[in-house]
Design a binder for this molecule. Structure first.
Ligand code: HEM
Length: 104
């Protein structure tokens, strides 16, 4: 039993310690359609591959590249309503790490 607990702890530790973290400055470098990262609720997403697929929804996603897009994401820009569950699951696919406060 102790071996199992130790094993579970190690797996948990490796998974949590290996999580990538980025500052807003690092995210800000990825500010164009060809290389687009954004922040939603403290998580960083590389949505470059998804951008063309969102074009049908009129709103211009590239405007949010390199920025904290939490409010825009939660309101769909000017729609004032959150994305549907399907969109939330889709966003997870593009997760690359967590935002941390810059040291400066
Ligand atoms: C961050 C800024 C974003 C804004 C301002 C935004 C805005 C919008 C708007 C206006 C629509 C059309 C909704 C309608 O006509 O009712 C929409 C739909 C959608 N968006 Fe976004 N979007 C953003 C980011 C994203 C991202 C990053 C993803 C996925 C990775 C995504 C996935 C979808 C999907 C799947 C839909 C269709 C389902 C739904 O309406 O929730 N969006 N978005």
């Amino acid at each position: 039993m102790r071996k199992i607990i130790t094993f579970c702890f190690c797996v948990f530790a490796i998974v949590s310690w290996s999580k990538e973290t980025y500052t807003q400055e690092q995210v800000g470098v990825h500010n164009k359609s060809a290389d687009c990262w954004l922040v939603v609720e403290g998580n960083v997403y590389n949505i470059t591959d998804y951008l063309p697929k969102h074009e049908k929804y009129t709103i211009s996603l590239p405007d949010y590249c390199g920025k904290d897009a939490t409010e825009a994401w939660n309101t769909k820009g000017t729609k004032g309503e959150p994305h549907v569950k399907k969109a939330k699951l889709l966003l997870k696919k593009y997760f690359v790490g967590e935002l941390i406060k810059s040291s400066s």
